[in-house]
Design a protein around this ligand. Structure first.
Ligand code: AMO
Length: 463
């Protein structure tokens, strides 16, 4: 028996015997000929089966076009089917998983890829329930309930192939530039970001917390002399919001580097990574993304525009939008507005908003020497939404403790984190980036739920 061929590779083969396997997408059961569209993880192909005409006087099963299962004893009582393949095809429900042997034929007239496979043998591996629980117009929530069926669509499949390419390109950049990969614990004794979004759980005699970010331990790697590190891993936030860009568990892309002069060095790293990721995605999937999502992937030019936050707020105010916040921060509409401005002015999809006020940044962000009200930090905005936060870190222990106290934190609670700064540590900085946000904005999707393999939110713990 010929070994199974991925459907996407069929067109490269010459006409002849092939074996394919996949899910039945559609069946066209006509009087003289039957067509099945079969889909595997790589693509779809048309199967064709000309029905055997009764008047031709079909012979016994073995000599028919069908390949009967060898284990199936020929029953003398049942009337021999004249065309068992046709009978099986007629009974196929959408989603049934079958394996097929047949004759591959190139034929320009076939709309689906200019090839078809004339069936010589067909095995039903697993039947599918005929009524599919979701349809193309089902709500996102319903589709998430049936995520494994939803993911069979070529568009969904492309998202995760693209994610793989994007992550691989980042990893390649890190590895080529001597970064060390770290895996930091997700069970923590304390918070790494604001305590407000902390999940806690019983941990033997004590309470543990789920890591909100690898922040503390990627900084520890700098004190440990690792120089440059990265991690792609889960982060947890007990965030009750139901926005299109928040999850309670998300994949965080983190990097941290030593020997920096300022957050400018972190932004340069960030740019290089985005260029690497976008270049790989465009090269490998650009055509498919255009076809299925109607989106052109553009490799961003460097340097990305940089706008201090205070100036960004002035710019959006001039555009008629007053950010309705009591503090110095931007809001999602402000981010959309400044992105629109950057697109119009610089033709760029990215913008670094820099120099956030110390009042709205964590204690570990370094502040400007000449203006301690401002931090050496940034948010990276892509197509109107924040995808990342980065900063130079405060590495001077006395300043760090003062800043923590100013934020109402008890230095004793920061425990061994402070020790990292007591035994010699280089100047360092880094960023954390939400993977799903990048993918969502890359594909112009409306929610991170679309691009997350299995989404977790305040009311979703399954599947
Ligand atoms: P921050 O809290 O801004 O910074 O998070 C960094 C990035 O992570 C993503 N993100 C989320 N994605 C989905 N759902 C959420 N609930 C969620 N929360 C955050 C966003 C965000 O920009 N330690 C710092 C980073 C650093 O300074 O290195 C941090 O975690 O894309």
């Amino acid at each position: 028996m010929t070994s199974r061929v991925l459907i996407k590779n069929l067109s490269d083969l010459e006409d002849g015997p092939v074996s394919v396997g996949g899910w039945v997408e559609t069946v066209r059961d006509q009087k003289k000929v039957q067509f099945v569209v079969l889909r595997d993880e790589s693509g779809a192909v048309q199967l064709v089966h000309p029905r055997r005409a009764l008047e031709q006087g079909a012979g016994p099963l073995g000599s028919a076009a069908a390949t009967p299962a060898p284990s199936e004893p020929a029953s003398s009582e049942e009337p021999a089917s004249t065309d068992p393949i046709a009978d099986t095809i007629s009974s196929l429900a959408q989603g049934t998983f079958i394996t097929v042997t047949g004759e591959l034929k190139h034929d320009e007239r076939v709309k689906l890829g200019g090839i078809e496979v004339k069936v010589t043998g067909l095995d039903v591996v697993t039947e599918a329930i005929a009524e599919t629980p979701i349809a193309a117009d089902s709500s996102l929530d319903k589709r998430m309930d049936w995520r494994f069926l939803d993911l069979r669509q070529p568009k969904q499949n492309l998202i995760f192939r693209m994610q793989t390419t994007f992550e691989h390109a980042l990893r390649e950049y890190w590895v080529n530039n001597d970064f060390i990969e770290i895996h930091t614990p997700k069970l923590m004794a304390s918070a790494s970001e604001s305590r407000a979004e902390l999940f806690s759980l019983d941990y033997f005699e004590t309470t543990a917390y789920l890591a909100q970010s690898p922040q503390l331990f990627k900084q520890m790697a700098q004190a440990a002399g690792f120089g440059k590190v990265f991690e792609v891993g889960p982060a947890f936030r007990a965030d009750p919001s139901f926005t299109s860009r928040h999850a309670t568990e998300f994949t965080s892309v983190d990097s941290e580097i030593s020997w920096i002069d300022s957050h400018e060095d972190v932004m340069a790293l960030h740019e290089a990574l985005m260029v690497a990721g976008f270049t790989a995605v465009r090269e490998k999937h650009g055509d498919e993304i255009r076809e299925l999502f109607d989106v052109e992937i553009t490799v961003p030019s460097t340097p990305f525009p940089r706008i201090p936050l205070a100036e960004a707020k002035r710019i959006v105010a001039e555009r008629g939008y007053e950010v309705p916040r009591a503090d110095d921060d931007m809001d999602p509409e402000g981010e959309r507005q400044i992105s629109a401005y950057v697109r119009e002015t610089y033709g760029h999809e990215f913008v670094f908003l820099t120099d956030y006020a110390a009042s709205i940044r964590p204690y570990y962000h370094m502040r400007h020497d000449d203006d301690p009200a401002l931090t050496k930090s940034y948010d990276l905005i892509f197509n109107g939404t924040e995808i990342s936060t980065g900063a130079q870190r405060e590495h001077r222990i006395d300043v760090l403790i003062a800043q923590a106290k100013e934020k109402g934190l008890d230095p004793a609670e920061l425990g061994e984190y402070l020790d990292f700064f007591r035994y010699g540590v280089p100047a360092h900085g880094g960023f954390g980036m939400g993977l799903a946000r990048v993918l969502m904005l890359m594909l112009h999707e409306s929610s991170i739920r679309e691009v997350t393999y299995l989404f977790r939110g305040p009311t979703r713990l399954t599947p």
